[in-house]
Design a protein around this ligand. Structure first.
Ligand code: NIG
Ligand code: FE
Length: 403
């Protein structure tokens, strides 16, 4: 693809500013290398906007590339059997307490070769890409030892090297207590805190996450992990208030967390703390749906407090085995009552902030040229159908991705 490309005759949902969708009818966009150089109405294209190539999009809809800011993409095995058990009445927490759940995926992940983990994760990343995802966050958390956490994070990095998609890695070693540390959660966390510097030194960690929950780690234990992250200068995120209110969001906000994720049981105090800290609320409708949760995240209160809401797939084998960002947009609307525009902003603009990325998420001069040209008339058609995939041409850093 040439260096400067002029995209013409597209309707643009730039998401810039507060006007609805940042809408520009019959718009044009000039990209220079991996960056957006000009964006606006086709009619006001400056005469000097010369390009090496022109793409006539014939009325297609352009949005920023989608940012999936919460995934557990690297793992072995499947949890279909647990799905059956849950249908027979077992709860997610009961299965976890009986040694299934995350631990069963840990066993399958440890047993898988690097190449098998990579092949599976690559296929998942490609499925996300086909629906417009140009940046993904990938968490560890199914290795749960120095060796296997490093292996999983290396696989995540390899996806970023071998596919054009951007990958941000998050160390979620504090996801569950592995069997060899049974009943010794504090000792396990001491081990995690011990291996974190080596993972960081190898360039494998962009952020640190933990699972703060009755069936995982307490707030006091989470604080130890966050203290360690802070000593290393790493930003934190948290799986918070998914199944109960542990006060995790307020704790994470105390550490200026990039995001708190799940949040069904988030309290008013947690919301105030997140608003003060500028922490993004990442809502995960796939996990809410698949676990048949009934307590809704406090969307109105988040809105009222001005806490930006992001949406992600939370792709993982236990609570959200989906690879469809568009289904998540639909569910964010149907289940959580977001507007279609809030849902799209949640999967682009606010998701980028949840990863600490200021260079993407809207279509504006100086932003990365990550964009999707959809065969749709209007962006409200992204969240409306479900189980369908519209035509999508995906451009990453100015280059079209051809599968
Ligand atoms: O984001 N909440 C914790 N972690 C994952 C699920 C992990 C699993 O069940 O394998 C989540 O929902
Ligand atoms: Fe998760």
């Amino acid at each position: 693809m040439p260096r400067r490309t002029l995209f013409r005759h597209a309707n643009l949902a730039t998401l810039r500013g507060n006007s609805p969708w940042g809408w520009v009818a019959d718009g044009a966009m000039l990209t220079d290398g991996d960056t957006i150089a000009w964006v606006g109405a086709d009619a006001s294209l400056p005469a000097g906007a010369v390009a090496d190539a022109e793409v006539d999009l014939q009325g297609a809809l352009i949005t920023p590339g989608l940012v999936d800011c919460h995934t557990h993409l690297v793992y072995g095995g499947s949890r279909a059997r647990e799905f059956e058990l849950r249908l027979q009445g077992a709860s997610y927490e009961q299965i976890a307490q009986a040694g299934g759940g995350i631990r069963s995926t840990v066993a399958a992940t440890r047993a898988a070769s690097d190449d098998a983990l990579f092949a599976a994760a690559r296929a998942r990343a490609l499925a996300l890409l086909a629906e417009g995802v140009t940046t993904i966050e990938v968490k560890s958390g199914y290795g749960l030892s120095a060796e296997h956490e490093a292996r999983c994070l290396r696989v995540a990095r390899r996806i970023g090297r071998e596919l054009p998609i951007s990958v941000r890695t998050t160390c979620l070693s504090a996801h569950a207590v592995p069997p060899e540390f049974d009943g010794r959660a504090d000792d396990y966390l001491a081990a995690v805190i011990g291996w974190l510097p080596a993972l960081q030194a190898e360039g494998l960690v962009d952020a640190v996450d933990a699972f703060c929950e009755r069936i995982a780690f307490s707030p006091a234990q989470t604080r130890r992990v966050f203290d360690a992250a802070r000593r290393l200068g790493l930003p934190v995120k948290l799986h918070a208030e998914q199944l109960s209110d542990q006060g995790g969001a307020a704790l994470a906000a105390e550490f200026d967390a990039l995001s708190c994720d799940h949040l069904e049981y988030l309290s008013d105090e947690g919301i105030r703390a997140m608003a003060r800290a500028g922490t993004i609320a990442v809502l995960l409708p796939g996990a809410y749906y698949f676990l048949r949760e009934t307590k809704l995240p406090p969307v109105d209160a988040l809105r009222a407090a001005g806490v930006p809401i992001a949406i992600a797939t939370d792709h993982n084998p236990g609570s959200s085995p989906t690879l469809s960002p568009l289904l998540m947009l639909n569910m964010a609307c149907t289940l959580f009552r977001l507007t279609p525009e809030e849902a799209l902003r949640g999967f682009t603009q606010h998701a980028a902030r949840a990863l600490g990325l200021a260079d993407r998420g809207i279509l504006a001069v100086g932003q990365r040229a990550d964009l999707v040209a959809w065969g749709l008339d209007h962006p409200n058609q992204l969240a409306y159908p479900f189980g369908q995939r519209p035509d999508a041409r995906v451009f990453i850093a100015g280059q079209e991705f051809i599968a």
